[in-house]
Design a protein. Structure first.
Length: 152
């Protein structure tokens, strides 16, 4: 910490990109069919920067590499290049076919909003003590996204 200053909270954000396909069961529009998106996930943490002069992570709320590991494990390893379908579609899918090897069946409609909430839950479980997940944004297309903020 800078000398003479009081501890202050700082927000840090890291962006992740991945590809995923989904379909919205019963949707009246084009989203009812299988289709994919290039998703962008922004994760914002809040905390007080470490005050340990001489420590390699002095001045950090959280090392971006550590956040990357959390999101890689909780989100990207699961969803990148996966197909997400509502559980009701299970009987219509040829699961033994390699084409559907990375299919995830959710107990909820795989909308951008629900996907974001699932990702928030996965990330929150891994964030270390002293740091909080403050906000998340999942961008599905160039003009469409969902946002989550702590406390809303």
């Amino acid at each position: 910490m800078r000398s003479g200053s009081l501890p202050q909270r700082v927000y840090v954000t890291k962006r992740f990109a991945f590809e995923m396909a989904h379909a919205l069961t019963g949707h009246a529009g084009a989203c009812a069919g299988l289709h994919g998106h290039s998703y962008v996930l922004d994760i914002t943490l809040v905390g007080v920067p470490r005050n340990e002069p001489g420590h390699p992570k002095d001045g950090m709320v959280m090392d971006f590499a550590d956040l990357k590991r959390i999101v890689q494990h909780g989100v990207l390893d699961r969803y990148d290049h996966a197909l997400v379908l509502n559980e009701v579609e299970r009987g219509k899918t040829v699961l033994h076919d390699a084409l559907f090897a990375r299919t995830i069946f959710a107990h909820w409609q795989p909308t951008c909003e629900n996907l974001l909430l699932e990702m928030v839950d996965r990330i929150r479980m891994e964030v270390p003590e002293g740091v909080r997940l403050k906000a998340a944004r999942l961008q599905e297309t160039a003009t469409s996204w969902a946002e989550w903020e702590e406390g809303l």
